[in-house]
Write a protein that binds this ligand. Structure first.
Ligand code: T4K
Length: 370
């Protein structure tokens, strides 16, 4: 088969857009009320609908996922060391460090690239206060083992659930694991509100504090009790979220078809590793990571070959956080050898609801024809 060079770039993802008329319709009341932000009507409506969709009672909305995570960590008033993963987006570690806490990097397992739970306990010291694991690519961590360890050592668990919107584990919404979970609603995510973030939390006592922290720490007309931030989601974001929520199940169904095709084409090829599907998880098909380990071409060669056809995969997540310039001399990537290795071998292939099946086939043809 002749593979075409695409005229328009095929990017790793493309935001899901609701029908324009639906969004326009949502905007009309905003022109009437002129209430644009600071916890308006859509903000409250979005929250209510998300409670139902995510199957969890306690949640708060934020302007983006990163600030949500930062403020969630602040709300827990932690001090000391936090065990986390280096195989993630910059946000996870930055949120820890920007709270004055010290990240301690735990390696990942080489099956689904979430935290290697067998290593966590060896990293616990008298200073450890929390664990911040990441459900990376939408792969749900070993939540049972993490809960067991956290309970044994009296540690908080804050999941970076940026990639796991709408997923369930044994039928339970992932928002219900750990003390807190953060979901990103960024434009690049399966479900988005342009930018946005959700904090789901177990302790109802956190309700007021999270609300106040995203509003400068203001606790009353004449009182500011906390050094908060401005983390409020505005009405245009909430309106986009409400529109997208109407279509989310169809969007996920379309992604499934594409992922199934990738899997069918790339399964059982020597040197190509795909994450195993977890039957306990209802997936949202967030990413399509493929690891090239001993394949006839290496990751960077395949990345460059795809680019010749105007197809742009991404190296999520390379480099590992513990080798970033801003953390140089503080951490050593060699302490997490599996993460270091996978970050050099992984490619996340284009995946979004409206991607054509034909393009998936072309991508597979290019990879298999190397
Ligand atoms: N924790 C984890 C584990 C995360 O992955 C993230 C974010 C966070 C925390 C923080 O959540 P947020 O604060 O972002 O809510 C992108 C996203 O910006 C970021 O949200 C995401 N993770 C990360 C994995 O990917 P970049 O720098 O790769 O984005 P960019 O601009 O290169 O976009 C990637 C592709 O997406 C483009 O090639 C095309 C498409 N795209 C992008 C934008 C901005 C669209 O289709 N529409 C758009 O509006 O970080």
């Amino acid at each position: 088969m002749e593979i075409r060079k695409h005229e328009q770039p095929v990017l790793v993802t493309r935001s899901s857009m609701p029908p324009l008329e639906e969004y326009m319709e949502m905007l009309k009341p905003l022109w009437e009320s002129a209430w644009l932000t600071n916890m308006g009507r859509y903000h409250e409506e979005f929250k209510a609908q998300l409670r139902s969709y995510l199957g969890t009672e306690n949640l708060e909305l934020f302007v983006n996922g990163h600030l949500a995570l930062e403020l969630a960590i602040q709300a827990l008033k932690l001090e000391g060391e936090v065990i986390t993963t280096p195989f993630t987006f910059a946000s996870t570690t930055h949120a820890i460090v920007r709270n004055g806490l010290t990240p301690v990097f735990c390696d990942i397992n080489d099956r689904d690239y979430t935290m290697d739970v067998d290593q966590i306990e060896s990293l616990i010291t008298e200073k450890t206060c929390a664990i911040v694991p990441v459900h990376v690519y939408g792969n749900v961590c070993d939540v049972e083992k993490i809960r067991e360890i956290a309970e044994r050592h009296n540690l908080k668990v804050i999941y970076d659930a940026a990639h796991t919107f709408g997923e369930t584990y044994d039928g339970v919404g992932v928002a219900n694991f750990g003390d807190i979970s953060m979901f990103s609603l960024h434009a690049t995510k399966v479900f988005h509100s342009i930018e946005g973030g959700i904090i789901a939390y177990q302790d109802p006592e956190l309700k007021d504090l999270l609300y106040q922290l995203k509003n400068f720490g203001i606790t009353g007309y004449e009182s500011v009790e906390y050094v908060g931030s401005n983390g409020k989601m505005n009405e245009f974001q909430a309106a986009m979220g409400l529109c997208n929520l109407r279509h989310i199940d169809e969007e996920i169904a379309k992604r499934k078809v594409l992922v199934d095709r990738y899997r069918e084409r790339l399964a059982d090829i020597p040197g190509i590793k795909l994450c195993p599907e977890n039957p306990r998880v209802r997936s949202n098909y967030a990413y399509m990571p493929v690891v090239f380990d001993g394949y006839k071409a290496d990751r960077d060669t395949i990345f460059a070959e795809l680019a010749k056809y105007n197809i742009h995969a991404r190296k999520y997540f390379y480099p590992c956080v513990n080798s970033y310039e801003c953390y140089r001399d503080q951490f050593d990537e060699n302490d997490t050898p599996v993460a270091a290795k996978i970050s050099r071998q992984v490619l996340t292939l284009p995946l979004y609801a409206d991607l054509e099946l034909e393009t998936v086939d072309e991508i597979c043809d290019i990879i298999l024809g190397m």
